[in-house]
Design a protein around this ligand. Sequence first.
Ligand code: SAM
Length: 293
Amino acid sequence: MTQNRLSIADPIRTNDIMRKYKLRAKKSLGQNFLTNEKVLDDIVDASGLKSDEIAIEIGPGIGALTEKLAQVAEKVFAFEIDDNLIPVLADTLQYYDNIEVINQDILKVDLDKFVEEKGLQGKTIKVVANLPYYITTPIMLNLINSDYPFQSLVLMMQKEVAERITANPGHREYGSLSIAVQTQMNARIDRIVGSKSFIPRPKVDSAVAVLDRLPKDQIDIEDPVFFNKLIRSSFMQKRKSLMNNLLNWLGRTDENREKIKNVFEKCDIAENARGEQVSIEQFKKMAIEFSKK
Ligand code: SAM
């Protein structure tokens, strides 16, 4: 029975738990605990989790989001790096029999192997997390590029990163990260979250980003290694023109300049364009044209 207990996210209960266990949020581990129930409910709604689906959570903290996920999903696997939080979670989540807390650094987990070991292949697995902000990008890219195609990722992150991953060409925030994400996922911002929703308050605003995997036939990059090199080189120096960045990469010769000009023409890209003006489709076409030479 859960009716008479305050949710873990209730500020009174969060403070009680922190006092009981003499917890001090560790800045170095990005510990900012969510204490706004409406935000938590919105995160769970955005995930659309159903009773036959699996949730993977990164960084359960003291369990505020974990308990909400357990109330809707078949099973929740929650990876927490901080040893001190493991007994706390065993206490706060004791009323749920569909949660497994795993005391591991998420960046060291082989997620494909994990899915296999737990016999979860074929299941719909959604990743839902209030991320530790100091490692937002590596966690997100690992999840996107993992061999197991997680259907959707609902991730709380710094607002600034959420704006970068959802940015379209022509926007200041559009760059290599937007492209790395949007070639695989449909990305949108579900909501902005102010710092008052956390204990302790982070210095930045946050946003809940929803990333849904694109259908297979839309993920059509033949040589991902070359494509990634092209993207990284194109945005190496954001203020420089695309031509200049590509010449830095390929070598500043007349032959390369001609080659790039030809590719630009085929892709309908102006000679003085900057990377931030070029669409993902144009980058994909560029990769194909370069590999023809
Ligand atoms: N989910 C909780 C909430 O919403 O209140 C806590 C979120 S807090 C922003 C981030 C959590 O990630 C912390 O509990 C922190 O200890 C954990 N964490 C930090 N680095 C981690 C890592 N490499 N692997 C797993 N968990 C990590």
